[in-house]
Design a protein. Structure first.
Length: 329
């Protein structure tokens, strides 16, 4: 049976937050940073205390390889740019945890918890509150069973915005051949890849590679001199600056009309607690050394970044931003 893609996608409001959680990269694709949580971590930290967590265990080599392969295969057609990272509980990354037992889930082998709230005034993601976290119960033995492959694909589907069919995973109208988001087995084995409808829905959410503008070889630019980069507007998810290199003399110029007052004062944080504290602090600019993102704090002393604040820019993982790298223009 062909299923309407509208039945297997998150509600529009939640998708709006999720699409900013995985921001648009410089090549037009959405950057999907994901972390296979190392063993011994308290997963309650990944849920902002909203739900009970547990202690993570190690993914087997086969389990990790299969997860990587799912992202790689999806990126061949869907406009996402997967990036495996080692950071734990960093902003705007998908955390995947293998556990012995999912808290409170006596008959649950996998679960995804998503919280991607947006500011009602400007539609900006409240990135300091947002998280997308999956827990898996796997057998950790060599190889993967047919069901385990199905489980992983199903939960990664949730992470990318796919919902159970019409919110009813056990609906007899559908099986996992119609959508991998169904609990019903449609053959002798479980489906271990997304159905045609699933891929269409993912394309509607993230776009497809065919939708991306055709690019040509960019001209060679002399970067021997200082290269200024201008940010003169706040866009959803911030500007992606993967080539910005302050060590080579690059300078970040920020239009001072974006700020409530002319100040280059910069707060550097390296934890979720520090980021939340900075959001209600006095510094207008905040650099998160885990996610390598620069935030504009337009709220000051109030919760959140304000209706005119949020992520200004995202940099490469080796960039460490300091006050002298920023100029107001």
């Amino acid at each position: 049976m062909t299923i309407d893609t509208a039945l297997i996608k998150f509600p529009e409001g939640e998708l709006a937050g999720l699409q900013q959680f995985f921001p648009v990269h410089h090549d037009g694709k959405h950057l999907v940073r994901y972390n296979l949580v190392a063993p011994g971590q308290d997963t309650e930290q990944l849920l902002n205390g909203d739900f009970k967590g547990t202690t993570s265990v190690a993914f087997s080599d086969d389990e990790a390889a299969f997860i990587h392969s799912v992202f790689d295969r999806l990126s061949e057609t869907i406009a996402i740019a997967p990036q495996a990272v080692d950071s734990f509980n960093a902003p705007q990354q998908l955390d995947l945890a293998s556990v012995e037992r999912i808290p409170g889930g006596n008959s649950t082998d996998g679960i995804l918890d998503t919280w991607v709230p947006v500011n009602a005034a400007n539609g900006q993601l409240k990135s300091d509150e947002a998280y997308v976290t999956a827990h898996f119960e796997l057998n950790h033995e060599p190889g993967l069973s047919n069901y385990e492959e199905h489980l992983i694909v199903h939960e990664l589907g949730h992470a990318l915005g796919l919902e159970h069919p019409a919110g009813k995973p056990n609906s007899r109208k559908y099986n996992d051949r119609d959508t991998v988001m169904s609990y019903n087995k449609g053959g002798a084995t479980y489906a271990t890849w997304f159905s045609t409808a699933d891929l269409l829905a993912l394309g509607e959410i993230w776009g497809t590679n065919d939708d991306l503008p055709q690019t040509t070889t960019p001209p060679v630019i002399n970067t021997s001199a200082t290269t200024p980069v201008l940010i003169d507007q706040l866009i959803s998810g911030g500007v992606s600056l993967p080539d910005f290199d302050p060590d080579s003399g690059d300078v970040l110029n920020i239009d001072q009309t974006l700020l409530p007052k002319a100040s280059r004062a910069l707060k550097i944080v390296a934890s979720n607690r520090g980021l939340k504290k900075a959001a209600s602090g006095r510094k207008l600019l905040v650099f998160d050394d885990r996610s390598h993102q620069l935030y504009l704090n337009h709220n000051r002393r109030s919760e959140g970044w304000g209706s005119q604040g949020g992520v200004l820019a995202t940099f490469a993982d080796d960039v460490f931003l300091i006050r002298d790298d920023i100029q107001l223009v």
